[in-house]
Design a binder for this molecule. Sequence first.
Ligand code: B1M
Length: 207
Amino acid sequence: MDILIQISEYLQQGDDEEVFKLTKKAIKLNLNPKDILDNSLIAGMNIIGEQFKKHEIFLPDVLMAAKAMYAGLDQLKPLLASKGISGLGKVVIGTVQGDLHDIGKNLVGIMLKGAGFDVIDLGKDVPAEKFVETAKRENAKLIGMSALLTTTMQTMKQVIEILKEENSEIKTIIGGAPVSKEFANEIGADAYAYDAANTVECVKKIM
Ligand code: B1M
């Protein structure tokens, strides 16, 4: 069986040891890291999302799949971020308050670092004020926010409102599964990105 399909299947079974071993093997076989990411790890996680939605699997299964995702992702990290340039400017990123989903946000951070941005990662469950305070203190030009829950997207709006009230020149980019270009326009975000690679393109355009 194709090694990428195998990785995806072990991820769906929540088998982090097999995902670790096979991702290592795929890297040794010189497979493109972006292919390993998209066609095994993210593909597997998308299936998990669908099954969870249909109540075919439950939260502990999703947690185990997330652990397995990290077993693969941690090995891909240095390869995805290997360009090693820096100095394109500071970006503050985080997952918004109330939201504990950080896999996508971490991928965005990896890709931005790889493209040469200085990334300050505030982690997950980040309140609106913390995004703004950190960006101001660090003299960052951009705030990047991730949300995976429809209920947490409104924190993005709060950040933009604070920036507007302060007449700040700090720009914003948003992303995450429930977020859309329309929502970005509605709340006045400077950009919306649909995945980590697209984030790099958008950030380069707006900075
Ligand atoms: Co949860 N979860 N989860 N979950 N989870 C979703 C998001 C859900 C869609 C599943 C479903 O029902 N199909 C659903 C949300 C429904 C909704 O609001 N519409 C959901 C739910 C309901 C929940 C809980 C409420 C479940 C519960 O407790 N009953 C709970 C909430 C906890 C909380 O946050 N307060 C919960 C918990 C969890 C786990 C902790 C078990 C785990 C997260 C582990 C972790 O992140 N460390 C988890 C997971 C893994 C998922 C799914 C299955 C996968 C998310 C993921 O990591 N995808 C997810 C289903 C899905 O999204 N299909 C689901 C892989 C990742 C690479 O993609 O994060 O989309 P993604 O990021 C992409 C792009 O979106 C984009 O680039 C990334 C790379 O391509 N992107 C950005 C993301 N952020 C960006 C920021 C940018 C730009 C682009 O600019 C800054």
